[in-house]
Design a protein around this ligand. Structure first.
Ligand SMILES: Nc1ncnc2c1ncn2[C@@H]1O[C@H](COP(=O)(O)OP(=O)(O)OP(=O)(O)O)[C@@H](O)[C@H]1O
Ligand SMILES: [Mg+2]
Length: 294
């Protein structure tokens, strides 16, 4: 644990030192990592459906499937990408070769195979991998990163390279405690990180607000800072049905409670994102920051 903390500090210093001068979190506010302490809290469903909602509202969205456990985005969208980030890291493909474009315009970077390896790449491999990303000079309004759950080094690296972190929790006490642990480790490494809480599986908006407010009280007491409120998603059977059908509920059940919650989150997100932040929409910039090379 001490070793992991030291490595993280070193990485942060690199990001906040030389790199930080070029890339502040604010500049990357449209590059959002969606993470959680505990698994199975709804991250992949939120990322997938939020991407559809933002697209419907006229935004260009790229999803980076960075969950090195299982490729769940693929399952939720019923796709099977031919190549993954692993092929980019091994030098066999350029990143533009692995992109999957959905009919509605959402683009997927299949990274569940490869995301974990980034943390272990040496400088030469990082530089070579970055070259493979050069074609990503195209821009998007939002890059949504679906990470694995927990505080694995690869997850923290992903979170640190993103401009914003959205932590997903459910009302379950274990999920809330694990969300706190994730926030704590991120704040230790990037004290001013833009962090927001999304509460999923609630029965009412009030239940979500209460969880958010209680979390903030604890954060202020123990970490000396608060986080933002990103929104809530009601418990809705439509989510499970959509997973079974492998089609986003935002598409198949746009009037469901879950879809309405996602739409509210999308509208708020658009309202919160600065109109134009120089460099912020460059996907290449994100990978440059993630790979930690100039
Ligand atoms: N709002 C909701 N209402 C009802 N069921 C939900 C809701 N959100 C998520 N679920 C259920 O929880 C399951 C897990 O969701 P999901 O795969 O999105 O979580 P995850 O956080 O990405 O999990 P992992 O950590 O394993 O990647 C879904 O298959 C779905 O059945
Ligand atoms: Mg998932």
């Amino acid at each position: 644990m001490v070793d992991q903390a030291a490595k993280l500090r070193e990485m942060t210093e690199k990001l906040n030192g030389k790199e930080g001068a070029t890339y502040s979190n604010a500049q990357f506010s449209n590059i959002i990592a969606i993470s959680s302490g505990k698994g199975g809290v709804g991250k992949t469903n939120i990322v997938t459906n939020l991407s559809y909602a933002l697209t419907k509202l006229g935004k260009k969205v790229v999803i980076f499937d960075a969950d090195f456990g299982l490729a769940n985005i693929d399952i939720l969208l019923g796709i099977s990408p031919k190549y993954t980030l692993k092929d980019v890291l091994s030098g066999e493909k350029e990143i533009s070769d692995i992109l999957v474009k959905m009919p509605n315009g959402v683009t997927i970077i299949p990274g569940s195979q490869g995301a974990e390896e980034i943390a272990n790449l040496d400088v030469t491999d990082r530089k070579r991998s970055l070259k493979q990303c050069l074609k990503l000079r195209e821009s998007a309004d939002y890059l949504l990163i679906d990470t694995s759950a927990g505080i694995h080094r690869s997850v923290i690296d992903m979170v640190m390279a993103a401009g914003r972190l959205v932590v997903v929790t459910t009302p379950e006490p274990t999920s809330i405690t694990d969300a706190y642990s994730l926030i704590k480790i991120v704040v230790k490494n990037q004290p001013k990180k833009d962090i927001a809480l999304l509460v999923n599986n609630v029965r009412s908006s009030q239940e979500a607000k209460d969880i958010y407010e209680n979390m903030n009280k604890i954060l202020i007491k123990f970490l000396g800072r608060s986080i933002d409120y990103f929104g809530f998603m009601l418990y809705d059977n439509i989510v499970t049905n959509a997973v079974r059908k492998q089609k986003p509920f935002f598409d198949t059940a746009p009037n469901s409670h879950a879809a309405k919650c996602i739409e509210t989150i999308a509208r708020k997100l658009i309202g919160d994102t600065p109109e134009k932040v120089p460099g912020s929409s460059t996907m290449y910039g994100f990978f440059k920051r993630l790979l930690g090379v100039r």
